[in-house]
Design a protein around this ligand. Structure first.
Ligand code: PLP
Length: 447
């Protein structure tokens, strides 16, 4: 239904939505935090559950008429607990960032010391970066990765001993290797800190057994549900058995911080979509998906290396590949992202360890396989994609970011213009479209 009605009522908006569906269909989506939710998840997200107010928790609401919403939320909670092997789950956080703030305010006071992986070393903004409120409300002591790109466990240990943080984060947005949960639990336990695993990126791998679970090592687990979990945009906060042993009131503190501490009414339509995504994640089909996502990531890494690209840590353990483009020049990630965009391959520019440039003009790109794997692509397509990337980047290899910051905008503008006029890129764009057509996305869906 619905889309027809939007079309008649608001053609301007309808056009934009139609174009977005077409963009998703006609491009190769390699941003590792993105995915394609199932039609079931989309249906629940766009359902009449959006109409309801249900502040509170199942059985304890501030509004009437919640008997069916209670059912929905209980399903989501029970499935989350079973999937992650934890005794407590709160499924109400609006997204990963507010969930992380709810965790801070459940166990920390303003001014407390916290530790997280530095943003430009692959960490997330909300783990204490200076432009996030998390870096302003708390005393942030970031840990880093080594020159080789691995989390510097020794540095984290000595920083923890010297600074005695209240909370330590383990989890990242741009880190291609397995997370050292066990090592971090030893560090956190030795200084009495809460250890929180933010598995937003790898949750789908964790539930499928393709990445070690943090459940027995950490006190709290947070994950978004829209990334490798392939669900709606939302997040869950879980207290582990270890967490409840450290603080028997932990579950209660988390619930009270989420509501009424930080949020009002939960997004019941999202909760329903989560319940579906969790049920999907329990299936053999999802396990196969996660396995293929990993095989694809390794195949993409090998195919890039074969074409002479340098990878951070020289490979991957998860769904993500970080390409170090410093040999093309400082800040080359910007050119790579724009050039790839112009042929319909979507990646994001990203800093690499000890980046000689800045987060806005970084020297690498981040790619991942969650979305292309959902489309049904396999190892052979990862080679095809690496070849397209390689040919595309060689078209723009001579672009150099001006040292003078005032000249950069102008240079980038003329760079973008040159992309439009490049016949070789046009040719690659057609190859990308042909590849996409072989792997239809949302067949039958019409906007
Ligand atoms: C994506 C992500 C988040 C934030 O999630 P949003 O839903 O975008 O707010 C938090 N932590 C990590 C590690 C992430 O990758």
């Amino acid at each position: 239904m619905a889309l027809e009605e939007i079309k008649e009522f608001d053609s301007e908006l309808h056009d934009a939505m139609k174009q977005e569906l077409s963009r998703q269909r006609k491009s190769i989506e390699l941003i590792p935090s993105e995915n394609f939710a199932s039609a079931r998840v989309l249906a629940a997200s766009g359902s009449v559950l959006t109409n309801k107010y249900s502040e509170g928790y199942p059985g304890k609401r501030y509004y009437g008429g919640n008997e069916f919403i209670d059912k929905v939320e209980r399903l989501a909670i029970e499935r989350a607990k079973a999937l992650f092997g934890v005794p407590h789950a709160n499924v109400q956080p609006y997204s990963g960032s507010p969930a992380n703030f709810a965790i801070y305010f459940s166990i920390c006071n303003p001014g407390d010391t916290i530790m997280g992986q530095n943003l430009t070393d692959g960490g997330h903004l909300t783990h204490g970066w200076k432009t996030s409120m998390s870096g302003q409300i708390f005393k942030s002591v970031p840990y880093h990765v080594t020159q080789a790109g691995y989390i510097d466990i020794e540095e984290a240990r000595s920083l923890a001993e010297a600074n005695r943080p209240r909370l330590i984060w383990i989890g990242a947005s741009a880190y291609p290797r397995a997370l050292p949960f066990k090592e971090f639990s030893e560090i956190a336990d030795s200084v009495g800190a809460y250890l929180v695993a933010d598995i937003s990126h790898i949750a789908g791998l964790v539930v499928a057994g393709m990445h070690e679970s943090p459940a027995k090592y950490v006190h709290i687990i947070m994950t978004t549900t829209q990334k490798t979990m392939r669900g709606p945009r939302g997040a869950i906060i879980m207290a582990t058995k270890k967490g409840l042993e450290k603080d028997p009131e932990l579950a209660d503190k988390i619930d009270k911080t989420v509501f009424p501490g930080m949020q009002g009414g939960p997004h019941d339509h999202t909760t329903a979509a989560m319940a579906i995504a969790f049920k999907e994640a329990m299936s053999q089909e999802f396990k196969d998906y996660a396995k293929q996502m990993l095989l694809n990531s390794k195949a993409l890494a090998e195919a890039m290396k074969k074409r002479g690209f340098k990878l951070v840590t020289d490979g991957t353990d998860n769904h993500m590949v970080l390409v170090d483009l410093t040999n093309y020049g400082k800040g080359f990630g910007v050119f790579a992202q724009d050039a790839l965009d112009s042929i319909g391959i979507t990646v994001n520019k990203n800093t690499i360890p000890k980046d000689p440039s800045s987060p806005f003009y970084p020297s690498g790109i981040r790619m991942g396989t969650p979305a292309v794997t959902t489309r049904g692509m396999k190892e052979a397509q990862m080679s095809e994609i690496a070849e397209l990337i390689s040919m595309c980047i060689s078209e723009v290899k001579d672009s150099k970011l001006p040292e003078n910051k005032d000249e950069r905008q102008e240079y980038l503008k003329s760079f973008k213009k040159s992309l439009e006029e490049n016949k070789a890129l046009e040719n690659l764009r057609e190859k990308v479209m042909a590849l996409c057509e072989r792997f239809p996305l949302y067949p039958g869906l019409e906007y």
